[in-house]
Design a protein. Structure first.
Length: 287
């Protein structure tokens, strides 16, 4: 199987090219999420997107606790192929043959995941749906959510955990990785003006060498929208354990991963989804 990020350049190209045509569109405004799904792999490629690889050791530990030899795994939300790639790697590390379903409301990451799975010699199921509308006639053994909770206010997060729990097998588990931070959980964090300017300049410098002029212009247009629209609701660490407890799960593993600025270009920029200056809570909830 290819290394999780070995295909990032190809995934970036795929997402870049298909996003305008197949990305989800807001039924009210008609605007698509191409500014996000068409851009995210490129941001990761230039060090401006958080990486699932920071949490690879935790995922391997979490899947070591899975009680099924062939678990049914739900990947709940996917910006690109990275979560799936690391689930495959974690299962391989534990000699587990997993059966994976990836859900997202947008077609772009689903197609990227199908492409990656085929390249890895695997097959997966996908479902284009809002997470709250997803249901399965066969329960899942593991639900995996990475950097997903920040899109929901606290009340919706509680409802989300209850929904995930309703789809779990009796011995199932929830695997959560999410950035944690202080602040009012009901007030979204967004880019400030200075951070947006720095982020945009770094993105342009990183993208320019690898893209032709037309592709560069498209991606810079997407960056301009990204710094205006990207947001995350603060998720306190203590809330995660409480959410698991509320649905009858115990915290079997709890790990903190801190990523400090390792690039002088970034410095102390306080954006909402950077590969630096962040602390992540990684938790496994089990019966």
């Amino acid at each position: 199987m290819p290394a999780p990020d070995a295909s990032l350049a190809e995934v970036s190209r795929l997402a870049r090219e298909m996003a305008e045509a197949v990305c989800w569109r807001d039924p009210g405004t008609g605007e698509s999420c191409a500014w996000y799904h068409g851009l995210w792999p490129d941001l990761r490629a230039v060090g401006l997107g958080s990486s699932v690889s920071y949490h690879a050791d935790f995922l391997a530990q979490a899947f070591a606790r899975v009680r099924k030899s062939k678990p049914r795994v739900l990947v709940s939300g996917a910006a690109d192929h990275a979560i799936l790639a690391h689930v495959f790697a974690a299962c391989d590390a534990n000699a587990i043959d997993c059966e994976v379903t990836v859900i997202d409301r947008c077609e772009t990451p689903l197609r990227v995941n199908v492409w990656y799975a085929a390249r890895a010699g695997r097959s997966i199921a996908t479902c284009r749906t809002d997470v709250f509308e997803h249901a399965s006639t066969v329960p899942y053994d593991v639900v995996v959510a990475h950097a997903f909770l920040g899109y929901f206010q606290p009340e919706r997060r509680r409802a989300l955990f209850r929904h995930w729990r309703s789809m779990l097998a009796p011995s199932g588990a929830i695997v959560i990785v999410n950035r944690v931070r202080g602040g009012d959980p009901s007030e979204p964090v967004a880019f400030g003006q200075r951070d947006a300017e720095v982020f945009s300049a770094i993105a342009e410098a990183g993208l320019r060498p690898s893209l032709d002029e037309a592709a560069l212009r498209t991606q810079l247009d997407r960056v301009a929208v990204y710094v205006l629209r990207q947001y995350a609701y603060p998720v306190p660490r203590e809330e995660l354990a409480g959410l698991l407890a509320d649905v009858g799960l115990e915290v079997a593993i709890s790990v903190s991963v801190s990523v400090t600025a390792n690039d002088r270009r970034i410095g102390d920029i306080g954006g909402v989804a950077l590969a630096s200056n962040a602390t992540y809570a990684c938790m496994l909830g089990t019966r």
